[in-house]
Every structure is written in C-alpha cells, then in structure tokens.
Design a protein around this ligand. Sequence first.
Ligand SMILES: [Zn+2]
Length: 296
Amino acid sequence: MDTSKPRVAIAGILHESNSFFRRPTRLTDFDISRGDQVPAAYAAGASEIAGFLDGARKFGFEVVPVLVAWATPGGPVETQAFEALTTELIGTLKAQPHLDGLLLALHGAMVSDEFPHADAEIARRVREAVGPGFPVVVTHDFHGNVAPDMIRYTDVLLSYKTNPHIDQHECGTKAARILHQILTGRARPVQAIAKPALLYNIRFQNTNLEPLRSIVDESRMLERDPRVLTVSVLGGYQYADTPAMGASVVVVTDNEPDLARAEADRLGRMLWDTRDRLRLDLPDAAAAVRQACASS
Ligand SMILES: [Zn+2]
C-alpha cells in the first residue's frame, strides 16, 4: 500500500430497467468484473469506468477496483441479483483496511422487484456502510430517474450530458476530478435537486436538438462559475412506472447551498417551460401499420 496516495474504490452496478417488461433481469444476465478484471475490461473503453481510471491516474489515486456489473436493459432486477451484487459491493468496500473515497457508477433507472429506485437503495446502503464524511461520488446515465434521496446519500451526483451518449468517459474523469478536489480540501460539495413534473418522451430527448439543447448548454455555462462543481440535466427514462420517473436537474456547488438550490430551480423551470413543445404527433396504431406495410 502506498500511503502517500489516496486509496479510491471504483465500482459500478448498472441497469436500465423497463418496469413494463415481464422478463426479469437475473444475476446470470449480468456481466461482472471483479478486482483486477475491472481495469482489464474497462481501461481502454469509452465508459465512465474508463473515465474513473483515467482520472485516478491523472490525480494520483491508488485505485481499488471493486466490482463492475452491467446487464442489457430489460425487466426489473430480481431481488436475488440485487442483493448479491449490492452485498458483494459493500462487503468488498468494508473489507478494505483503508479507503479515502468511492467513485461509483450507477445507471439511475434501475428497478428491482423490491425497490422502485434501486440505485437510491444501493447509495443508501453504501452510505450506511462507509459512514458520514466519507466522500462518495456517483455518476448516472442521462436516462436516470433520480430519486430525491440520492443527493442525501451521495456527496456528488453527476450524469452524462449527452443523448445519444458520447460523454460517459468525460463524466467519469470529471467525477475523479471533483473527488480529487474534495480529498485535497479544495471543495466542499453541497447539492440540490429539482424535479419538474415532466416526462420527456424519448423523441424529445436528443440533446443536439431543442428543446433540451439550450438547457444542456445552459448547464455547461453554469459550470464555468468557479462556485459550481457540476450541473446535470437528466432526461429520465419513460419505461419505468416509479415514483421519481421523469426529468431532473442536479446542481452541485462548493459549499454554496443557496446557489445550488436557486440554480437547480432555475434550470428546472427551463425544463418546465418546454412543456408546450412536447406534444407527440405520431400516427395511431392502424395508420402506423399502414405506413409500415407501404414502406416494405
Ligand atoms: Zn441512457
């Protein structure tokens, strides 16, 4: 163990769960990497895990790779699978003689048989295991349906900014950079979340196009403010019948709670103001079938 370097655990449990889909997602559906398998499987890729690893190298962390598990989007995760993965994650964290922080990738739209917001349950258990004051930085997919409790269990929550997703790696390195700022005493993150009562159909979730483009651009502008650590605008995932389903804004500032609250609310209002532009103009079932037949 190199005691001069901060020891940072890297982990991920990622699933986008369609709660309307009947086939459950089982433990055998998950691709699982453990320990040294994690950098072997992820270091060369474009994921947030690769970003964590790159950031860890850049900021001089001693990496403790724990567990990365992901499965193809599907039905809710079976309780047995959820418990097995979460127990292994927490057991491995607790077995470490010393850790200084955690970089944890969660999709944000995982549903289990028992927990409609399974990511929040993972974060809750992690916080319970590591205690208050231990830095936990969590990343989410743009499609996360963020349960408000997530910001209580984590120090920093940030998501990809883009859909189609092209910035997962950048999101991971940013998470590592913020953790570095925390560990060197240069940042004391506080977070606020806004959840306007809005559901974005997937057709309106392309962040290269309006109405979301200008709001994501605004989140980038806001990040130029030195008091702001990170700003996330999440489109949400519509195929989940869960209490916190829908769009979210999460603003993390450096010990400026009023600023975090005000900016989360401002961007939340920007989302809300798009509601008149979200009407779908799609053919009904019969017309869709006619169109499909005509195009074949
Ligand atoms: Zn996604």
